[in-house]
Design a protein around this ligand. Structure first.
Ligand SMILES: [Fe+2]
Ligand SMILES: [Fe+2]
Length: 364
């Protein structure tokens, strides 16, 4: 994207706007919709709108003072990762995707996706501001928490490479896109999927477990519940829709040769969460109804469907049972299920102008 209004773009004549690496965007086209599933996902994510200041955290301040030391540590450790992770998501999603997008619906989807991450990062920051007498102490703590920050290193290299790619696009240095660029965007989307669909979701369970066991930190649990709904109900679906288009509709030729690499990225995310669980429970101990083994099972339970959708072999233990059924009172369980069903059915004909309905099937 070196032009910000490309009047030479005539893709409206065919209605075929590629997701990435096409011509610079022309006039925003809401009537020649190449991928109705993106339009539908965008409408769905916007329906989840909430504001970071709408949750009452007054009681959580007192809870932070009254909680047992291990519970307080538990809350702080998780909040630290959630805060750092969503700060990263907020900084990355729009910046690293919008410059290579060549489809109006995808640009709208990614814009709101990024806005949603800003709400999340702000919500965590507000928790810190409300629950600590000196919130700057938490910033100091997060910056020095090496074990926690290690959890984010698996994405840094991929995000950095993506930054280099979009930098060259924005300056006009890179005009012809080839195999390396297509591989990079696959890497980036898979990494983002793992961050949101495995790592964040695993972390949320710890927040819910604290409130479930102690009846404390209800404001935190309510906030994280709303964030969970966005991540599980929308953001994971967004990445899956993009990857489905790349794999099955635009059929990037690099996909098959990248299966091993995709598996390595996903395995690294799963192992990182299992290792983190070990660190967390060693450091602060278990709490009633929540321990290292249950967290490990949860990570495997949520990871398997993502592997299946991308047709990547899953070599870990298969965990069929949902290890934390009590969690449903903090989240909207239908959202997660609906997101998965929609990603499979692909029944999106809203405002569609495509004449080839057969092309619209999702075949994950
Ligand atoms: Fe987020
Ligand atoms: Fe997200």
């Amino acid at each position: 994207m070196s032009k910000f209004l490309n009047l030479e773009n005539e893709n409206y004549k065919t209605g075929q706007y590629p997701l990435f690496f096409g011509e610079d965007l022309g006039l925003f086209d809401s009537f020649n919709v190449t991928y109705p599933e993106i339009l539908k996902a965008d409408e769905d994510q916007r329906a989840l709108f909430w504001k970071s200041n709408e949750i009452d955290l007054t009681r959580d301040y007192q809870d932070m003072k009254d909680a047992d030391d291990n519970i307080r540590e538990f809350v702080i450790e998780n909040l630290s990762f959630q805060m750092a992770g969503d700060t990263c998501a907020n900084a990355a999603i729009q910046t690293l995707l919008l410059p290579i997008i060549s489809n109006s619906q995808a640009s709208s989807l990614v814009s709101y996706w990024g806005d949603s991450e800003a709400v999340h990062a702000d919500a965590y920051s507000r928790i810190i501001a409300q629950c600590f007498d000196d919130p700057n102490v938490m910033f100091e703590r997060i910056r020095k928490n090496e074990q926690m920050l290690k959890r984010l290193t698996f994405l840094q290299k991929v995000f950095k490479k993506q930054g280099q790619l979009v930098g060259r696009v924005l300056t006009g240095e890179l005009k012809e896109f080839g195999s390396e660029e297509r591989k990079q965007v696959i890497r980036f989307l898979v990494t983002l999927l793992c961050l949101e669909g495995i790592m964040f979701l695993a972390s949320f369970t710890a927040t819910f477990a604290v409130t479930n066991t102690t009846q404390m930190f209800n404001g935190c649990a309510k906030t994280v519940g709303l964030i969970h709904n966005d991540e599980a109900g929308s953001h994971v679906k967004n990445s899956l829709i993009f990857l489905n288009i790349i794999k099955n509709k635009e059929k990037y030729p690099e996909w098959d040769s990248m299966r091993t690499e995709i598996k390595e990225i996903m395995d690294a995310a799963v192992n990182s969460e299992i290792d983190w669980g070990q660190h967390l429970f060693n450091k602060v101990g278990s709490i009633v109804g929540y321990n290292q083994e249950l967290l490990r099972k949860y990570v495997l339970h949520i990871a398997k469907p993502l592997y299946d959708k991308l047709e990547i072999p899953f070599d870990f233990e298969v965990v069929h049972n949902y290890p934390f059924p009590w969690m449903d009172k903090y989240i909207d369980p239908d959202l997660m299920q609906t997101a998965q069903q929609e990603a499979q059915s692909g029944n999106y004909l809203v405002n569609a102008t495509l004449d080839d309905v057969g092309n619209m099937e999702f075949d994950f």
